[in-house]
Design a binder for this molecule. Sequence first.
Ligand code: SF4
Length: 280
Amino acid sequence: MSSLSSRPDPAPLTTVQLGFGCNNRCLVCSQGELRESEALVPARQVESALVGLQGRTVVFVGGEPTLHPQLCELIELAKRRGARAVRLQTNARCFRDPARARLAKQAGLDGVEVALFGTATAMHDYHTASPGSFRETVRGLRALLAERVAIAVNVVVTRSNYRHLAEFPRLAQALRAEVVRFSPVRAIGRAGSAPHGYSAPSALLAPRLRQATQVAQALGIAVSPVDHPDFRFAGVGRFVPPAQSSLARPVRLAVLSGAVSSEAASSRSPSFAADLAAIA
Ligand code: SF4
């Protein structure tokens, strides 16, 4: 498996967008109305962007890149043209079909970054406005894991899920993800047009974020609060949150070396356990 955490990936990124369309309808989608477009970037145009890839990591993004019918061919082409690794920024729903996961792996897929908005069905599906999306994403991740595709989880922190942040590393562990990143809602697209915004209040968020980081540390999962050399998917790189963001204050990596509180390390049964057990 191409590891996201144990083998630092300093390779520069080439980010390639395959279209804006998506099968989720997330409340905080930065694509805004663009995602209503079903237009895909023609394969020939993508091919012309896949140049000078020697030693680089190629990240296919959308919208939802798995909606592109030539995705596997494009993954193969990126590898043939010298890409060191190929990854997807995806909601992973299509990979609920194990055959899709197998084909992507055979084409050369090394890793995925999946946005999770909740640690259980109701919380995630509320944010995606897509009933059944949590179930399909979990199934997709399991199928990718079976193909030894590395998994990174991007937790988009909102005012509706920040109280549950400490559960996300546990969910990531249950899904065998190697890296967790906590990302602010960006006040653009859908989130930008919401009158009261979706960001969690900074003062209330800070202790939750600290606790979640400690839980991840206790579980041995790499955390990328703002920026991390192994977790620079989708061209995010050194992401600077907008001033309106609840995460505008940089998260100090020093918390990673702090003592793990007994509360953070507790093994209370997480709320997602029943949901995961029910997803065959
Ligand atoms: S999965 Fe991503 S691209 Fe699709 S609607 Fe949600 S935020 Fe937008």
